[in-house]
Design a protein around this ligand. Structure first.
Ligand SMILES: [Zn+2]
Length: 334
């Protein structure tokens, strides 16, 4: 088979090879930093066996999909650490995200101290350098396996997979997780990891479901890059408008009114007024003229615009259509 690489060069092999072995055949250094592969534009696992002509890219941490595989591997390490320290925890899902990864667990909430302990356990697992292996199971066996492990969320996930889906598992030194991959070949390449925070998150994002505990973390290949990111998080905290606005007495909130409804204080109003004046002057100088419309309008208007039929349930309506001659709703600017 002929493999066309990213740089356009073509490699020929006389037998089927895994993406990892092809990376090895190019250079050991490349295989060491390989996180995933891309075959004909599709992200694949390093273990994926290629048996016919194709375009192949070896993805590293510098590639988005490679970074995702790297960080997703870190999320599995977090899950193992949680299960080691809290065997009663039930694992839900643990994807990579733009800023790192998270994992949801059915367990009590965690303090910063707990997160530090988990982080130390993760570093231990990484140091142990477990090889990560992938295998598949038929649906009934996969469900049975996760039932045995007392992982009800995983059972639910498997049950919801399409009938013809391949159900794969990744094993890192005995810790097994249901996962579509891709993953690194071992936990060893994980270098700079940090657990950032923990918060509540509903199972499958629905408030009808149980509230789980989500742990956010991140992972980099270089400590300097991790430090840079952590510094960035600190900087964001310093620029937090919610914190600054209160300190500068721009606004306050009161429980009986609502935490999301700020009351502007004199300093805050001054800013709004100055902005308004500036905008009005700017409009005048550019030849615009202002008009004003009523705050509300009869339902007839919304019937013409189509809002009445589509959005009436979500609209704030004054009056009762059955009883009142006219009903009103606030005018909206679209
Ligand atoms: Zn996974």
């Amino acid at each position: 088979m002929k493999i066309t690489l990213k740089d356009g060069s073509v490699k020929e092999f006389d037998k089927a090879m895994s993406v990892y072995d092809i990376a090895m055949s190019i250079s050991e250094g490349l295989a060491r930093v390989a996180c995933a592969g891309e075959v004909n534009g599709k992200t694949v696992d390093l273990r994926t066996v290629v048996d016919s002509d194709c375009n192949l890219s070896i993805l590293t941490f510098e590639d988005e999909a490679g970074k995702a595989a790297y960080r997703h591997t870190a999320s599995h390490v977090l899950a193992e650490a949680v299960k080691r320290l809290y065997p009663e925890a039930k694992c839900a899902i643990g994807p990579s995200i733009d800023t790192g990864f998270y994992y949801d667990f059915d367990i009590h909430s965690f303090t910063r101290e707990d997160l530090d302990k988990l982080e130390a356990e993760m570093k231990k697992i990484i140091k142990e350098g477990h090889e990560i292996t992938r295998y598949t199971l038929p649906r009934d066996k996969a469900i049975e396996f996760m039932k045995e492990k007392n992982e009800p969320y995983k059972v639910e996930l498997i049950e919801d997979l399409p009938e013809d889906a391949e159900i794969s598992f990744y094993d890192q030194g005995g810790f097994v997780d249901l996962c579509a991959g891709p993953h690194l070949m071992s936990t060893k390449p994980l270098k700079a990891i940090k657990l950032i925070s923990s918060s509540g998150a509903y199972w499958r994002g629905s408030e009808k479901n149980k509230m789980l505990t989500r742990i956010y973390g991140t992972a980099y290949t270089k400590k300097t890059e991790l430090d840079e990111y952590l510094q960035h998080l600190e900087d964001i905290k310093l620029r937090d408008h919610n914190k600054l606005g209160r300190e500068m007495e721009l606004f306050t909130t009161v429980d009986v009114i609502g935490q999301g409804l700020p009351l502007l204080m004199p300093n805050g109003v001054k800013i709004v007024q100055r902005l308004q004046r500036w905008i009005e002057d700017e409009e005048t100088s550019r030849g615009y003229m202002r008009t004003k419309t009523p705050l509300m309008a009869k339902s007839d208007l919304y019937k013409i615009s189509g809002h009445w039929d589509h959005y009436k349930e979500g609209m704030f309506v004054l009056g009762d259509e059955e009883k009142d001659k006219e009903v009103f709703a606030p005018m909206q600017i679209w």
